[in-house]
Design a protein around this ligand. Structure first.
Ligand SMILES: Nc1ncnc2c1ncn2[C@@H]1O[C@H](COP(=O)(O)OP(=O)(O)OP(=O)(O)O)[C@@H](O)[C@H]1O
Ligand SMILES: [Mg+2]
Length: 294
């Protein structure tokens, strides 16, 4: 189940190595310099056919931090996010140029198994998308298809649901349909389903955009909690959310090519979140975060 072409890092082989839900997590150092680099994104361009959706993107993602991708609609946030776990492979016509080094190894190199990439680097989508199965089966499905024995799955399901702050609400109805849960519960279930595979990184594309403020606050708390154990990259339109939860922020914008009349996403600025929201170095960032544009 592990791919020899990818470097070995912690928590990659056995989902049980996630450990008990309430074990003391390592201390988090928001924004601290020196956290190990998980991703080194180097001159990444993403095309859909001949259309270049994002251009020359460079930034790094540090371990156990939350990195937020922000910017106006259409600037390529989702496109860039999907390039971090080869999800763009599944989009017809999409092509990634440049390197996405994950612990120093380019995930686009020949020989790297995209299925293993996506297990290590899980994804939660904008709209909760539970399978039309029971709550239990939603969480157990991934471990099952990755060959985890039935006898171990109960523990993984409980552990993952606890980590996703959903266990107490569902422990008495694990066999009921996931589709009967509320939107916020469904989103936490999708987070549980993702972490059941013991990923190292969790990518989240606007995970709260369909949720009310209370469910949103719940997920935000959860993200901060999960970052002790996982590395998180989140796309959000919600400035307060980026400011509240993230350590680093990447601000994207679009450049318009008047000749070809196309808009290409560019990374304007990447920095500590606090700096992006207080003293950004680029005027476009300042205009965006202060609401004068976008
Ligand atoms: N499957 C696709 N085929 C062709 N073009 C696409 C595809 N997906 C996205 N695009 C284009 O790529 C550009 C970036 O889109 P993307 O969805 O990444 O933006 P975004 O920043 O996530 O926007 P939003 O905030 O609205 O979600 C847009 O011009 C979009 O039309
Ligand atoms: Mg998007």
């Amino acid at each position: 189940m592990s791919d020899p072409a990818l470097p070995a890092v912690g928590r990659t082989v056995d989902p049980r190595r996630i450990g008990p839900a309430h074990q003391p997590a390592p201390q988090r150092h928001p924004g601290a310099l020196g956290n190990a680099t998980v991703f080194d994104i180097n001159d990444v361009n993403v095309y859909y056919g001949s259309f270049r959706a994002v251009k020359n993107v460079n930034f790094t993602v540090a371990k156990n931090e939350i990195t937020a991708l922000i910017g106006p609609s259409g600037c390529g946030k989702s496109t860039l996010l999907r390039s971090l776990n080869r999800m763009n492979d599944l989009v017809p016509g999409a092509r990634v140029e440049g390197t996405v080094a994950y612990h120093g190894k380019d995930i686009y190199e020949p020989g790297v198994d995209p299925v293993e990439v996506r297990r290590r680097i899980g994804m939660v989508f904008q709209k909760a998308n539970p399978f039309p199965k029971s709550i239990y089966d939603n969480v157990a499905y991934g471990p099952k298809i990755h060959g985890v024995a039935r006898s171990e799955r109960d523990g993984i399901v409980e552990d993952s649901l606890r980590k996703a702050a959903l266990w107490d609400e569902v422990k008495d109805k694990l066999k009921q349909s996931a589709l009967a849960l509320s939107g916020g519960q469904q989103q936490r279930l999708c987070i549980a389903r993702t972490i059941a595979l013991a990923p190292e990184v969790v990518l989240m594309d606007e995970p709260c955009s369909a949720l009310d403020p209370i469910a949103t606050a719940r997920i935000e708390e959860l993200m901060v909690d999960l970052a002790r154990q996982f590395t998180i990259v989140i796309v959000t339109h919600n400035m307060q959310q980026a400011a509240r939860v993230s350590d680093k922020t990447a601000f994207f914008s679009t450049e318009v090519n008047e000749v070809s009349d196309t808009r290409t996403g560019v990374l304007v600025e990447f920095d500590d979140t606090q700096r992006i929201f207080t003293t950004p170095s680029d005027e476009r960032t300042e205009n965006y975060v202060t609401g004068r544009f976008g």
